[in-house]
Design a protein around this ligand. Structure first.
Ligand code: 5AD
Ligand code: SF4
Length: 455
């Protein structure tokens, strides 16, 4: 009888994700939770009883993308009015009820800290409730720990959220507003999650947090002081001990908190892959100060030198914002000069986008889009030169490549990644997928390299 009941209530759901890796991981975990509640995940909105959008709001463009996608789902709902449409995550957290006034056909609005309540919201809809907005940010701390207990492996790679929120308050950034206070998950739970994932065949783990360097420093999600005293390097060492985990990565690191202990770990811990994403944001000290980043370019360059001394050839990537309020041509030249000094392997670059309620949105000297556009193009041209140069420097070397699957370039080729996270395409048998093999790099381009399997 109970089984029959749960079958009648079971629904098919589709999740569309916008934004960062953390969001992608939250969506995957939400899917795990809904599956555990008896619902069934499907691959397209057309087949679904429930469509959930897990949104991003870091730039205005992200908000616009959500609303235009919602416009398309409205048409599906016109055909099938019983369908449930839910909007959650960062944009929903920031917009709250405004989502319902801009898109009245939406049924559910959930936030960044109420993801664990989506199954319950769906049940309430079933029982006849119309429209629900649950975006409280005062959930009991254990709630998110329980939520992440539903995390799943996506093939042989997995993400583990080690902390939530951000308290850095960079002047341009909406994240502290929509993701709330920082809290670290207990180290034991993270290690247990890594063990569970490894038992499912996961060989590469990426530890996720807005600012992993402050892991354990600002209180924990479970209310235990400083996550029982484990700092981030110690957490990395503990996860590295998990049998079956062959490769470890983490993101994101804030330059103001990158410790010598963590830098040294790149040389000491063989499972920790030799790539660090260390967002600089701007090369001018004046702009860095206005951004409230709390470091100078000189300090940053010092970190780069230490990293390269510890691990020659370590790959470096960064986020960069152009057109921050008041950015002069000279400030922008400072960013280009910083790029020339560091030479990044890859770079994510953005035009500054004013976000409601952030200090930068109120600053004088907001720049026209044309200026931002032009600076972004110049920055991206320079980055291409560096990426190509550093990829070509790999030609002739033999790298350990973890094989992810078939290459997108077709022709029966395999695609894998070096410890520096660079993509390599090469010919080899399908049995090599998930294995790490030696590949000699024979050619290199901007987005990938080609190689030859070393027998
Ligand atoms: N405008 C442009 N880029 C932004 N980022 C964060 N907020 C903004 C904004 N308002 C960028 C930063 C951050 C990355 C995730 O997004 O570079 O590191
Ligand atoms: Fe935003 Fe700065 Fe926090 Fe990153 S560290 S999420 S840029 S406030």
């Amino acid at each position: 009888m109970a089984e029959e009941l749960s079958l009648t209530l079971a629904k098919s759901f589709f999740i569309r994700t916008f934004g960062c890796q953390m969001n992608a991981h939250d969506s995957s975990t939400l899917a795990g939770l809904l599956t555990a509640a008896g619902h069934r995940q499907v691959g397209s909105a057309e087949e679904a009883d429930i469509i959930l959008l897990n949104t991003c709001t870091v730039r205005d463009k992200a908000d616009q993308k959500v609303y235009s996608q919602l416009g398309r789902y409205r048409l599906l709902k016109l055909e099938r009015p019983e369908m449930i449409i839910g909007v959650g995550g960062c944009m929903a957290q920031g917009e709250g009820r405004r989502v319902l006034s801009r898109a009245p056909f939406v049924d559910l609005v959930f936030g960044t800290q109420t993801l664990h309540r989506v199954a319950e919201m769906i049940d309430q809809m079933e029982q006849g409730r119309r429209k629900m907005v649950w975006i409280e940010m005062d959930q009991p701390p254990e709630a998110l720990d329980e939520f992440y207990a539903n995390s799943r492996a996506e093939g042989h790679k997995a993400f583990i959220t080690v902390m939530q929120g951000c308290e850095n308050h960079c002047a341009y950034c909406i994240v502290p507003t929509v993701r709330g206070r920082e809290g670290s998950r207990p180290a034991d739970e993270i290690v247990a999650e890594a063990e569970r994932l490894a038992a499912q065949g996961v060989v590469e783990v990426t530890l996720l947090g807005q600012n992993v360097n402050s892991y354990g420093l600002k209180g924990s999600t479970s209310g235990l002081k400083a996550s029982t005293g484990v700092n981030f390097p110690e957490l990395v060492r503990r996860v590295a001990k998990v049998e079956g985990v062959e490769r470890l990565r983490f993101t994101t690191s804030h330059p103001k908190d990158l410790s010598d202990e963590l830098i040294a770990l790149f040389a000491q811990e063989p499972k920790l892959m030799t790539h660090i994403h260390l967002p600089l944001q701007a090369g001018s000290d004046r702009i860095l100060k206005l951004m409230n980043r709390r470091y100078t370019f000189g300090h940053y360059l010092g970190l780069v030198e230490k990293l390269r001394a510890a691990v020659p050839g370590i790959a470096l990537s960064s986020d960069m914002i152009v057109g921050f309020p008041g950015e002069t041509e000279e400030d922008f030249e400072g960013t280009l000069e910083a790029m020339r000094k560091v030479e990044y392997d890859f770079l994510f670059s953005f035009k500054y986008s004013p976000r409601r309620g952030t200090p930068a949105a109120e600053m004088e000297g907001q720049l026209p889009d044309k200026v931002k556009e032009e600076r972004l193009a110049r920055l991206q041209e320079l980055q291409k030169v560096h990426t190509l140069k550093l990829n070509r420097a790999q030609i002739g070397s033999v790298r350990a490549v973890m094989v992810d699957g078939r290459s997108r370039s077709g022709g029966g080729q395999l695609m894998g990644r070096t410890p520096e996270n660079k993509i390599v395409n090469f010919t080899g048998p399908a049995e090599l997928v998930t294995k790490t093999v030696e590949v000699e790099i024979i050619d290199a381009y901007i987005n990938s390299m080609t190689g030859r399997l070393v027998q």
